[in-house]
Design a protein around this ligand. Sequence first.
Ligand SMILES: Nc1ncnc2c1ncn2[C@@H]1O[C@H](COP(=O)(O)OP(=O)(O)OP(=O)(O)O)[C@@H](O)[C@H]1O
Length: 475
Amino acid sequence: MTDHHLQLNLAETELLVVSTNPSLYQNVTIQLGSSTITPSKTARNLGVMIDDNPKCHDKAAQSLLNKLIRSNLVNTTNQVEVLQRDPTSPLYSVKSFEELRLKPQLLQGVYAMGFNRPSKIQETALPMMLAEPPQNLIAQSQSGTGKTAAFVLAMLSHVDPENKWPQCMCVSPTYELALQTGKVIEQMGKFYPEVQLVYAIRGNKLERGTKLQEQIVIGTPGTVLDWCQKLKFIDPRKIKVFVLDEADVMIATQGHQDQSIRIQRMLPKTCQMLLFSATFEDTVWNFAKRIVPDPNIIKLKREEETLDTIKQYYVICNSKEEKFQALCNIYGAITIAQAMIFCHTRKTAGWLAGELSREGHQVALLSGEMQVEQRAAVIERFRDGKEKVLVTTNVCARGIDVEQVSVVINFDLPVDKDGNPDNETYLHRIGRTGRFGKRGLAINMVDSRFSMNILDRIQEHFSKFIKTKQMNVLD
Ligand SMILES: Nc1ncnc2c1ncn2[C@@H]1O[C@H](COP(=O)(O)OP(=O)(O)OP(=O)(O)O)[C@@H](O)[C@H]1O
């Protein structure tokens, strides 16, 4: 949206999308019937807030995608690192949910969800979160390790069902992520009907003067702030547990940081503060320290992805078509298991999937144009083995764990936006196939001096020998 005077008559407007970045619509005035809306109110009134920051989209979409495709825990063998606020207090971890002395209704809910024993992060985080007096916590652990289930259990445990007002508040960066977390709350609280949940998200319009009876609120920062400050649906002084989830995605979403801090400032000093993030970059860490005073800190290092158990090769071709032909030659071999083929652009991915299908090969295409739910469905089918080959792009596949992949083909070598080797993406892609000691196979397709140079630099970076593989001969 360029910086010009934009007069909109909503009567003819199908859908109005405004940015959360006010500078983008400084001169926009919107006519809603007889009243003119100024930019500062625009987004809130319309409730359609889409951030223009692609990084936000990317992170939020990736986080949501992982939640949608994840039906079980990511097994991680890495130890949990703990930095305790009070090193003298006994740190104990639990090996069973019974040891946590949960309310029977909650234990029932945990078992009904198929949880037999606490995950790595839960073993340590839960005793801290359920302790009396409650302890503040900042926990960093990658997606799929049980963070959501942990803080949901903590909120349900701290609620006094007799009190019919909001006592626990959880803030998520996006509408969709809030819905996903709400689902976990509802599932885990299935046998605890006296505790109710309300969604503070756009579209949930309540009558002015409403006094909420639900004990748990889950929502996005803007709406939660409004419900506390402007609409007074929530009395923040009565909040006992405040959870800020997906802090790394919050950081990437314009405006969410200061809204979250404004919410936190309204809470009582006795309120237990819990913050969760998949990553711990400095920006996240600095934000976390502003939200959570005197925290315990838990980290669960990401799996060290090694390349040792993976045989890596490259195939020399002279063009994209020759790469395609080479792929057809080895298609029979790579579908013994499941293969992911990475392209640099959506265009190439679409072209390749089409060509392979025309050759009668069954492939699935995962591309950024798809809605997150569609992408989740494609990944679900691939994970269920309904397709043997998944063609995708770097961005689309970033952060997705599809553990049973044993062959990775770099139809295009991973490069960053400046055209330099993207070593991290190479490791993350290739590292998938060799997880947990399974033998993996990686084939890099080289079709120019440029891509050969990229491969050489990746090889130098990992100082890992990558063997040449004859194009149409495969052991
Ligand atoms: N103790 C457990 N035992 C078995 N499964 C679990 C356990 N805890 C969580 N899960 C399941 O593992 C998956 C990931 O859990 P959860 O969503 O809590 O992790 P997360 O770290 O928050 O991941 P994400 O941030 O991607 O949501 C979910 O399907 C959840 O039902």
